[in-house]
Design a protein around this ligand. Structure first.
Ligand code: AMP
Length: 489
């Protein structure tokens, strides 16, 4: 099996990699490091979590050291520019440059918005070889003539699809016009729809195309479950899951910023330490929340999709889709936050059984080409499906839903009392789940009606670091024509 020492990396870089505990390059590293070292342009289809940062950072560091002696102090010019869509990802890339370059004298800086520019300008003035930046702040600094990009030799556009989603395309093009024409370009994207290919064609020169994984197999190491519940039962179920699972870190996704705040308040009220990150939080608040989550002081982080993008925290044992995303690819990105670097993980979705989330779930299943296991060993407070179907049959209209909900709760009670420790045959899923039968995980013994359903899930399958690389496959979610685009964006 390929080793890092086979890739032609110089000793200072190899030593840094070894001290990180990496032995074998990941597939993207194995395929990208050679072409990048040889100066080729690269188009990489890979998402965060596949080891792509090292795939470009290691050869860039080497090229900066070897191609030309590093200049000293303020004589240094930006020779490598890395653009990232979010501040979090930019910080993480910068952190990786620092880690992998610790035995070199390469200097780096990171610039992003949301904080004062003073310290960033000071860092730039003192001379850097590598600049990691988000597009908005970089353009600000360029407009003020505080950054000089005339000496850039390598340009990296990371998470290009997210850049486009976030509306950065014009900013990117403006940055590119300021770069020397003779340079190496690397572009990475988790998906390769037409607009991304078009962008790639506009500035990459005969790139090596690297695609690390077949579509959606990203999630092979991640156990995926769904609970079909009422929207108003989600918080209670979440509290139950948290209290009854072997959670090291739980990352919960909500669709909106307000939803994230509301949920965080409710979890806190249930005595669960939780923090929220989203675009309305200050940079300081976001960094603090991330730090505390990373250190394990706050076990639960509630995030919106954009804020969570690029979170590089290993050992997230549980990803919760509190709201099912209306874009199937977002699901793949979300659950990829667990199962990092070859570890296994658990992703649980809470699907509103009476709303459009069921349709979103169907889209997700068609994208990942598998059925997500339906959890039927729900805690007693979750209203039964039988009650639900009776409830739907005689539901006169939306206006009456409160009355019906109350009634369904009353109807549910005798069934639970009768079953005592769990769901009985009469209320069991086989009899009352015509549309969505439970799909049992093949490797998992049938879980008996448990008081702590997810504890069984979490302990039955180890959640820890597994062998990296060959059996870990990362997402290359495709925008499938068949997957209908739903409203919301
Ligand atoms: P990335 O996709 O760059 O965000 O990397 C995901 C995670 O994988 C990070 O925590 C890295 O530290 C880790 N990682 C990267 N390359 C390797 C490797 N070759 N072996 C083990 N872990 C790695």
């Amino acid at each position: 099996m390929l080793k890092f020492s086979d890739l032609g990396l110089a000793a200072p870089i190899l030593d840094a990699v070894t001290s990180e505990g990496y032995v074998h390059p990941t597939p993207i590293q194995a395929q990208a490091i050679g072409p990048v070292l040889s100066g080729k342009d690269v188009l990489g289809c890979a998402q965060t979590g596949t080891g792509k940062t090292a795939a470009f950072a290691l050869p860039i560091l080497q090229r900066l050291m070897v191609d030309r002696p590093l200049a000293q102090g303020a004589q240094r010019h930006v020779r490598a520019l890395i653009l990232s869509p979010t501040r979090e990802l930019a910080s993480q890339i910068a952190q990786s440059i620092r880690t992998y370059g610790k035995n070199t004298s390469v200097r780096y800086a990171v610039v992003f918005g949301g904080v004062g520019q003073g310290a960033q300008v000071t860092a730039l003035r003192s001379g850097v070889d590598v600049l990691v930046a988000t597009p908005g702040r970089l353009l600000d600094l360029m407009n003020q003539r505080l950054v000089d990009l005339r000496h850039v030799e390598v340009f990296v556009l990371d998470e290009a699809d997210r850049m486009l989603d976030m509306g950065f395309v014009h900013d990117i093009r403006r940055v590119i016009t300021q770069l020397p024409t003779n340079r190496q370009n690397l572009m990475f994207s988790a998906t390769m729809p037409a607009d991304i290919r078009k962008l790639a064609q506009s500035f990459l020169k005969t790139p090596a195309y690297i695609e690390v994984t077949p579509a959606a197999s990203t999630v092979d190491l991640i156990e995926q479950f769904v609970y079909h519940v009422h929207r108003d039962e989600k918080v209670q179920l979440l509290v139950h899951l948290f209290n009854n699972s072997a959670v090291s870190r739980m990352l919960i996704f909500t669709r909106t910023k307000h939803g994230a705040d509301r949920l965080t308040r409710r979890l806190t009220a249930a005595k669960i330490d939780a923090a929220a990150i989203h675009g309305n939080k200050t940079q300081g608040q976001r960094q603090r929340a991330m730090q505390q989550f990373k250190q394990g002081r706050t076990p639960v982080l509630v995030a919106t999709d954009i804020a969570a993008r690029g979170i590089d925290i290993d050992d997230i044992s549980h990803v919760i889709n509190y709201d099912i995303p209306n874009e199937a690819e977002t699901y793949v990105h979300r659950i990829g936050r667990t199962g990092r670097a070859g570890a296994s993980g658990c992703a649980i979705s809470l699907c509103d059984r009476s709303g459009e989330e069921k349709d979103y779930l169907r889209d997700i299943e068609s994208l990942i080409k598998k059925r997500i296991t339906v959890k039927t060993d729900q805690p007693q407070f979750v209203r039964s499906l039988e009650t639900e179907s009776a409830h739907h049959e005689d539901r006169p209209g939306r206006g009456d839903s409160r009355r019906n909900d109350r009634r369904s709760q009353q109807q549910a009670a005798p069934a639970h009392v009768a079953s005592g420790r769990g769901r009985n045959a009469r209320t069991g899923p086989a009899a009352h789940e015509p549309a969505r039968r439970p799909v049992h995980h093949p490797a998992k013994p049938a879980v008996p009606p448990a008081r702590h359903p997810v504890a069984a899930v979490a302990t039955g399958h180890s959640i820890g670091r597994g062998p990296f690389g060959q059996n870990r496959t990362a997402a290359q979610p495709r925008r499938q024509q068949a997957v209908s685009r739903r409203s919301g964006r």
